[in-house]
Design a protein around this ligand. Structure first.
Ligand code: CO
Length: 365
């Protein structure tokens, strides 16, 4: 069913921003409001919400039954067939709702080519709605926080298991496949993203995604993985060692762990995103590794793995209770090694609730 409270939240934002309506294509935004999965294809689908509370859906016949089930009997749904195409629906919707001349915010699920067709029939002023949908989803309620916590616990259990599996002779892909299995076995409904398993010198590439390398003695391995629970994502990273690490690796691990820990401690209502980033960045810079901290400290997370708020230099956004994001400062030395320790946190009053609590001590296998 369409969530009336969330719809109301959206219409309030539209009013506050002086926007007459919005059109939402397949995306996490439509999942948030109506529980419709975000899969996109070439057939146009869109939920239109007007600031006065009226709303309707344009839907291909192929998806009609599931959309009807999701939205309920009272929903106004325009249906189009493969033979007819969608244009007639745009025309009818304009006549029924008098949309010409309105300011309509467009979300990321609407393809540019569909928007070009829509403009021919609905002569509105279309604006980029990213800030509207960001505001809509950025504060997690209690239910969402529980789902995020559960997704985090599942990832933590998968980590406790995967360390027993890692050994010299197996490939990065073996570890990645095992992680996928574990995340589902432990209760994840699907993966949030393909696990990153970066061993040896591959670990200096933060989003490394080849996975053929064979694990060797004296390797370090960065693991970055997460699953979904009721649609909500987890995302955690740990770095483990095969055999005794070098003195430099020990030092870098200690710095990364301290940066993560102190940045988490800094999280509270009222601090800005860039101030949290600075806590981690100052620690790493002071130790002489600033040039190797090449990413932002963190990204928001929820129905999407990456969403607002972004914990980075220059982001003056003030953090509020209910915002969820990663803390993942890292050090990446090209050609040598890289590492990070990543946890998801939620701002909660004067501190943070931490959704990942698996072992962060240096693990030597
Ligand atoms: Co992350």
């Amino acid at each position: 069913m369409l969530d009336k409270a969330k719809l109301h939240k959206l219409t309030n934002i539209l009013i506050e921003k002086d926007v007459d309506g919005c059109v939402i294509g397949p995306s996490h935004d439509v999942q948030y409001i109506a529980g419709i999965k975000p899969d996109n294809d070439e057939r146009f689908r869109g939920l239109y919400v007007l600031s006065d509370g009226r709303w309707f859906f344009i839907c291909p016949e192929l998806y009609y039954e599931e959309v009807r089930e999701a939205l309920g009997e009272e929903a106004h749904i325009y249906k189009w067939s493969d033979g007819e195409g969608v244009l007639g629906c745009f025309e009818k919707a304009q006549k029924d709702y008098d949309l010409n001349g309105m300011t309509i915010a467009v979300n990321e699920g609407i393809r540019a080519i569909d928007l070009i067709d829509m403009e021919d029939y609905i002569k509105a002023k279309y604006i980029n709605g990213a800030h509207i949908f960001e505001e809509l989803r950025i504060l997690k309620d209690e239910q969402e926080a529980e789902y995020m916590a559960k997704a985090g616990e599942i990832a933590d259990r998968a980590y406790e298991e995967i360390v027993k599996f890692i050994k010299p002779g197996i490939t990065e892909r073996d570890i990645s496949n095992k992680l996928k299995e574990l995340l589902i076995e432990q209760g994840g409904e699907e993966l949030a993203f393909d696990p990153i398993v970066a061993s040896g010198s591959n670990s200096s590439k933060p989003h490394y995604n080849d996975d053929k390398r064979v694990i060797q003695e004296q390797d370090l391995v960065v693991l970055d993985f997460g699953c979904r629970y009721k649609g909500y994502c987890s995302d955690t990273s740990r770095t483990v060692f095969i055999g005794e690490p070098t003195e430099e690796q020990k030092k870098v691990y200690e710095i990364c762990l301290r940066a993560t820990t102190e940045a988490k401690k800094a999280v509270r209502e009222g601090i800005t995103a860039e101030e949290v980033d600075k806590v981690a960045r100052d620690i790493i810079t002071k130790e002489g590794y600033g040039q190797y901290f090449i990413n932002r400290t963190g990204h928001g997370i929820g129905l999407a793995v990456h969403e607002a708020p972004y914990i980075k230099e220059g982001n003056k956004q003030v953090l509020k209770t209910g915002m969820c994001f990663s803390i993942e400062p890292g050090i990446y030395i090209p050609g040598k090694f890289g590492m990070r320790i990543e946890d998801i946190v939620m701002v909660e009053g004067d501190g943070a609730r931490v959704f990942n609590n698996s072992n962060r001590d240096m693990i030597i296998l």
